[in-house]
Design a protein around this ligand. Structure first.
Ligand code: NAD
Ligand code: DAU
Length: 353
């Protein structure tokens, strides 16, 4: 049994689905269901007894304590977070509450549980903290990519809150000996991605005939990783990572935002052509994001060298899969855009569990 936090969100849901496709080991999926949590992501698991869904906040230490005692998980994979940089600029409080206080509350509950395990279970236990490359700050065009020893320099309230959580995880290993693993990953994309983030927003807006907003001149660079590659990396770190270590995960896919949006438009033109013109005609340059980081890039050689992981998808193959998924899953997007995913769908699911 493993316990996953945030397993109704984008990466968490992909991870839970991948995990149960490859293993018989059950998963407790612990998620508050904020705006980003969507049980429609997990409909294929509705009748699956290996998936135990619990709607709760990681700040709720009592529920965590009770769940840990009842189910005795051998590992925690911690995805739950506020994840959107723009939201952190408009309202940072929720980011401190979940990413900092929530991770602290989770670590405290896990420490109390772990300390009382028998010696062999204690040694085998793992706490895997899923973090981001944004903690390292921003690179100039000619800087080498971030390594695991790059100094932290977070620039947004989001990345500062994630940096704080990384430091707490590090301290729990150093001080208490909790067997922690931290992964710092670059930008993910793929199925189930909430359409507030660049790639799903552009796919969704393009098809709806809306503007495709590019912040500033669109020259900022992100290093894109297909979500199932991230899930495979996390499974591998959980299996063979060394406690106390951090692992950078990335796709070796540096692209400017403008380049990403052009690629999406061209794929849509190919797969579902507009009656007239090109989807590129909908591109609009808008006001830049305050404090916008110029460039992220991950050096993923440590995880490849030590654990043998490398991405299976190129940006071209991953983006084609992603656009095709959105074209084939209009109902998922429609329920997100209408807000319906927050109403009857969730309630109906909870009643069954
Ligand atoms: P997401 O916003 O799609 O999902 C977050 C999930 O956490 C949601 O299901 C939400 O309901 C849940 N949640 C939020 N607050 C909670 C709380 N207080 N208690 C319990 N559950 C709560 O996020 P994502 O994009 O899937 O990211 C998952 C993790 O991966 C985050 O920690 C993020 O920092 C990290 N990460 C994301 C990316 C990316 O490109 N998306 C890249 C690197 C790292
Ligand atoms: O690098 C990892 C991070 O990637 C994760 O830790 C975050 O959780 C995840 O949200 C993502 O952060 P970004 O800010 O890079 O992702 P976003 O999709 O919001 O933006 C990607 C780039 O596109 C960024 O440079 C801002 C730009 N952008 C974004 C949006 C939503 C636009 O130009 N227009 C837009 O409308």
């Amino acid at each position: 049994m493993i316990l996953v936090t945030g397993g109704a969100g984008f990466i968490g849901a992909n991870f839970v689905l991948d995990w149960l496709a490859q293993s018989q080991e059950p998963v407790i999926n612990f998620d508050k269901l904020t705006y980003a949590g969507n049980l429609n992501n997990l409909t294929s698991l509705r009748e699956d007894a290996r998936h135990i869904f619990v709607q709760a906040d990681i700040n709720d230490g009592d529920i965590l304590k009770q769940l840990l005692q009842t189910h005795q998980p051998r590992a925690i994979v911690h995805f739950a977070a506020e994840s959107h940089v723009d939201r952190s600029i408009h309202g940072p409080a929720a980011f401190i509450e979940t990413n900092v206080n929530g991770t602290f509350s989770l670590l405290e509950a896990v420490r109390a549980y772990w300390q009382n395990l028998e010696d062999d279970k204690k040694a085998a236990f793992r706490f895997l903290h899923v973090s981001t490359d944004e903690v390292y700050g921003s690179l100039e065009a000619n800087d080498p990519p971030f390594t695991e020893t790059t100094a932290y320099a977070p620039n947004s309230p989001y990345s500062a809150s994630k940096a704080a959580s990384d430091h707490l995880v590090r301290a729990y290993h150093h001080t208490y000996g909790l067997p922690t693993l931290t992964t710092n990953c670059s930008n993910n994309y793929g199925p189930l991605h909430f359409p507030e983030k660049l790639i799903p927003l552009v796919i969704t807006n393009a098809r709806a005939g809306k503007d495709l907003p590019i912040y500033g001149d669109g020259s900022q660079v992100r290093d894109w990783l297909y979500v199932s590659d991230h899930c495979a990396a996390i499974r591998r770190v959980l299996e063979a990572g060394r406690p106390g270590e951090t692992y950078n995960i990335g796709g070796w896919n540096e692209k400017t935002n403008l380049n990403v949006v052009h690629s999406i438009c061209d794929l849509l033109n190919e797969l579902q052509a507009k009656p007239t013109g090109s989807y590129r005609d909908q591109i609009r340059h808008v006001k830049d994001r305050p404090g916008h980081d110029k460039r992220y890039a991950i050096d993923a050689r440590k995880i490849e060298r030590e654990l043998g992981w490398k991405p299976a998808e190129s940006f071209e193959t991953g983006l084609r899969k992603t656009v095709s998924w959105y074209l084939a899953n209009d109902a998922w997007t429609a329920q997100v855009l209408s807000g319906e995913y927050k109403n009857w769908v969730n309630l109906q699911y909870q009643e069954k569990n």
